[in-house]
Design a binder for this molecule. Structure first.
Ligand SMILES: [Ca+2]
Ligand SMILES: [Ca+2]
Length: 230
């Protein structure tokens, strides 16, 4: 029982922290992160597997194919399956996702990448300048490498060297057009004649998604559903 209370409090705290990420002026009001659905977690699509995590591309799941969602809805679709939008910590994982996009001619996908520009990110000199040091993976709240160089252990920088303004990404280009910040990380397939590459994009755009197992949500569902097979 104590474990349950601890886990419930933990998940609630994590959800509350994450809600701040989505309270953007351009977002619809009153939107929250979804909690996992134990049945969906047990039957989640397992399209491929890497370092202990299952993944799937929404275009390959009958009930999701053809569906495009904004960034928060993308997180929530994944979270109901005890997953989250993909977070890309290694070059090998990135190559795997790039290959998926290339082989299936996918125009773009959402990742869990997010700019720390919401409540709770203020007065953090370690996140400045935001365009270089302010990015993290929402799925596990892990900080990203500086955007202006190759991450440690990688031999290329996954951020595109061009975009709408013909500048390196992230460029926050949409802000100049309509005042919307480009706070979410999408992988675009040659949209700017730049191959498959990372771009900062405004979070309201609707895209297909790649989901990756969330250890936090799987552990929570395992602890609250004795005997469940995940
Ligand atoms: Ca990952
Ligand atoms: Ca951009």
């Amino acid at each position: 029982m104590n474990l349950f209370i601890f886990l419930a409090a933990f998940v609630l705290a994590a959800a509350t922290a994450a809600i701040n990420e989505v309270r953007q002026p351009s977002n619809r009001p009153g939107r929250f992160l979804s909690l996992p659905n134990a049945q969906k977690c047990a039957n989640r699509p397992k399209q491929f597997f890497y370092r202990g995590h299952n993944y799937f591309f929404s275009g390959h799941v009958p009930e999701l194919s053809g569906r495009k969602v904004d960034w928060l809805d993308g997180r929530n679709v994944c979270r109901e399956y005890c997953m989250d939008l993909v977070s890309i910590e290694t070059q090998e994982e990135n190559n795997m996702i790039f290959r998926l996009i290339q082989q299936n001619d996918v125009p773009y996908i959402w990742t869990s990448g997010r700019l720390c520009d919401f409540k709770g990110c203020e007065n953090r000199p370690d996140l400045e300048p935001k365009s270089v040091l302010g990015w993290f993976w929402s799925a596990n709240r892990e900080k990203m490498a500086p955007t202006n160089r190759s991450p440690n252990g990688w031999n290329y920088n996954p951020w595109s060297s061009t975009g709408h303004k013909k500048q390196r990404q992230p460029d926050n280009a949409e802000f100049d057009i309509n005042g919307t910040t480009e706070s979410c990380l999408s992988i675009l397939n040659n949209v700017y004649n730049d191959g498959i590459a990372w771009h900062d994009v405004a979070c309201y755009h609707e895209k297909p998604i790649v989901c990756e197992d969330s250890e936090e949500l799987l552990n929570y569902v395992a602890a609250t559903n004795p005997g469940i097979r995940l």
